[in-house]
Design a protein around this ligand. Structure first.
Ligand code: ST9
Ligand code: ZN
Ligand code: ZN
Length: 343
């Protein structure tokens, strides 16, 4: 199915049925005002030692897993770990992010089942929590209400935000986000209800059991390589979007915001590093201007299912609209068709 440009009107009524797009539209012209974090006197960072210890253990175990992957694991175990990284990554990018958080396209139930399984394999909290945090991130980007506010530094936006209590503004503003679409989604409700059962099965048990059962891998190699190393690696590739892609790269669409075009992050995060574009046009199912697949496996994945008819109503942005925005707020680095070249 051909991508539709029907929802590309930032100021029009076309967003009426989409809270996320409506929010983005209303924020579009107020970004500078919003992006200045106001210091809140009462806030004191409170560390969560349980998480700190768990993440230290996890990263230690992942390093050991990386060592085993290079020295004693079977080749098939390494391939299996790589495939799980891609599949669980798609559960985040095509699932939690583009489908559920942004509603950038629609998916028929078999695709939603695939995505919810892949998403559970990624263990990045259930989709409802992930999407709510992400909607707050877009609406209040780089303010105290942004869960991983990049103005608090690389470490905080990468992982630090998972190691301390949230700023009260995140919770206060988050409660005002319309989540009714996901509250009424039976797949999301099912995953949320049974997450503490489903997550260990899909993130750790199945990834460990398959290599042991099908090609006689040892428990040690299967668990440390395909479960712990693969999980931790995928987490870090995801977190790079919040840290690196909010700091380093060009800003061809809006030089007044920090999210940037970071090709390295895009390759590793399956197409999610074109972050300047994404923050300006969050409803585009490609999360990038171009439909190029080389650094955007997620777009290839969605296009494949669109051909099957399982993904439909793919939203994009018209060339004219992009061009106007590039000329108005871009940093001059946009050189596709020479648009960004300033006299
Ligand atoms: C993980 C998530 O890693 C990663 C997300 C990355 C996002 C990236 C986005 C970039 C774009 C996409 C790119 C994808 C690339 C993928 C590439 C793949 C290759 N609004 O949470 P609590 C309420 S997860 C409204 O305990 P604390 C909440 O409902 C890793 N309300 O806050 C609750 O209310 P009630 C694994 C909110 O105590 C109350 O507040 N998971 C909101 O401050 C308390 O909630 C973990 O490590 C909101 N936004 O604790 C778990 N938020 O009581 C980590 C909360 O009424 N999390 N509420 O139910 C935690 O342990 C805790 O959340 C905490 C904060 C310690 C961080
Ligand atoms: Zn962002
Ligand atoms: Zn987003």
């Amino acid at each position: 199915m051909a991508p539709s440009t029907a929802n590309n009107n930032v100021t029009g009524v076309l967003f009426e049925d989409d809270p996320v797009l409506a929010l983005e539209a209303s924020l579009h012209h107020d970004h500078e005002q919003i992006s200045k974090p106001k210091p809140t006197k009462e806030y004191r960072r409170e560390l969560v030692w349980r998480n700190i210890l768990l993440f230290i253990f996890l990263h230690g175990a992942a390093l050991y897993g990386a060592y085993l992957a290079l020295t004693s694991a079977r080749l098939w175990t390494d391939i299996w770990a790589f495939l799980l990284y891609q599949a669980s990554g798609l559960g985040i990018t095509a699932g939690a992010h583009r489908l559920w958080a942004h509603r950038a396209y629609k998916a028929k139930w078999p695709l939603r089942v695939i995505l919810i399984i892949c998403n559970t394999m990624a263990f990045q909290n259930h989709v409802f929590e992930w999407a709510r945090d992400h909607r707050v991130h877009h609406k209040y980007s780089e303010t105290n209400a942004d869960p991983h506010n990049a103005k608090r530094g690389f470490f905080f936006s990468h992982v630090g935000w998972l190691l301390c209590r949230k700023h009260p503004d995140v919770i206060e503003k988050g409660k005002q986000i319309d989540m009714s679409d996901l509250e009424n989604d039976r797949f999301i409700a099912f995953q949320k209800k049974y997450y503490l059962w489903l997550m260990p099965i899909f993130c750790f048990l199945i990834p460990t059991s398959v290599p042991m059962y099908f090609w006689g891998e040892s428990f040690k190699c299967a668990f440390f390589v395909a479960a712990l190393f693969r999980y931790t690696f995928t987490l870090n590739m995801t977190w790079l979007v919040n840290s690196a892609a909010h700091m380093w790269g060009d800003r061809p669409y809006d030089k007044y915001i920090n999210p940037s075009e970071n090709l390295g992050v895009s390759v590793m995060a399956l197409g999610e590093g074109f972050h300047n574009y994404h923050h300006v046009f969050p409803w585009d199912y490609k999360t990038a201007e171009l439909g190029d697949y080389t650094a955007n496996l997620t777009t290839a994945f969605i296009d494949f299912f669109a051909r099957l008819g399982w993904a439909y109503d793919l939203k994009t942005v018209s060339m004219d609209m992009i061009k106007k925005r590039v000329e108005r707020t871009g940093d001059g680095s946009h050189n596709v068709w020479g648009w960004g070249d300033k006299d």
